[in-house]
Design a protein around this ligand. Structure first.
Ligand SMILES: CC(C)(COP(=O)(O)OP(=O)(O)OC[C@H]1O[C@@H](n2cnc3c(N)ncnc32)[C@H](O)[C@@H]1OP(=O)(O)O)[C@@H](O)C(=O)NCCC(=O)NCCS
Length: 198
């Protein structure tokens, strides 16, 4: 990929919902979010009382990635993160996650949580590289497939910076595979009344 083709990150706006939905259906075929869910999220993404931050990545006029964060009190939640298949492995997922962690720091979050399908190893590796650690499982979180969610957490470094470079935020991977040594959690994250794609 040349420098000219490097995707540009910017704030997500309502007119991005259609191309986001197209990616959503491809990348989350079993539990894609609806247009209404994205409208609802963006409704809380602007102004002094904003609790959401959504970003998109554009490349050559095409939307190739998106990600969103919700802040509640001192906790941030990765709501969703996705990259078009032809951009996987280029570092775009890392850039989007870095952007969400910057937003979490701006929201003054002390920690960031996320849920991830237990079978989504690629995403888990990305999160682990950023210092997220598995802390529990939510049984049957993803419906209708009845797939468990691995809950992961990253806490802020001293000084409150969640957006430190991945290299400096690295922590050890779990002892043996995703979810090793994790507890079973029961209270679902219902910030949206649905599962997150974090
Ligand atoms: C998970 C997802 C967001 C990762 O996006 P991505 O753009 O591939 O992420 P990155 O490129 O930053 O990192 C992925 C891999 O590419 C490698 N990589 C990073 N930069 C790279 C580069 N410049 N060149 C080649 N490889 C690179 C990384 O080392 C990483 O490898 P690893 O997983 O073995 O550690 C993407 O696969 C996706 O959208 N999946 C479908 C939706 C989804 O599952 N979302 C998460 C829900 S929990």
């Amino acid at each position: 990929m040349t420098a000219a083709e490097t995707p540009r990150l910017r704030e997500m706006r309502w007119w991005d919902i259609e191309p986001v939905i197209a990616l959503e259906k491809d990348l989350f075929p079993e539990d894609a979010w609806s247009r209404g869910m994205f409208w609802s999220e963006l409704a809380h993404a602007r102004g002094p009382s904003a609790t959401r931050y959504y970003t998109v990545a554009e490349c050559g006029g095409r939307l190739v990635g998106y990600a969103g964060l919700a802040a509640s009190g001192d906790q941030g939640d990765v709501q969703t993160i996705a990259v078009a298949r032809d951009h996987w492995g280029t570092g775009l997922g890392s850039r989007l996650l870095t952007e969400l962690l910057r937003a979490a720091t701006a929201f003054e979050c002390a920690e960031v949580m996320l849920e991830c399908r237990v079978d989504n190893v690629r995403a888990q590796k990305l999160y682990e590289r950023f210092g997220f650690e598995p802390i529990g499982l939510r049984r049957g979180y993803y419906q209708p497939g009845n797939v468990d969610a691995l809950v992961m957490r990253r806490t802020a470094a001293p000084g409150g910076d969640l957006a430190a470079a991945p290299e400096s935020g690295l922590t050890a991977a779990p002892e043996s595979g995703p979810g090793a040594g994790t507890a079973s959690l029961t209270s679902p994250n219902d910030a949206q009344g649905t599962e997150t794609h974090g």
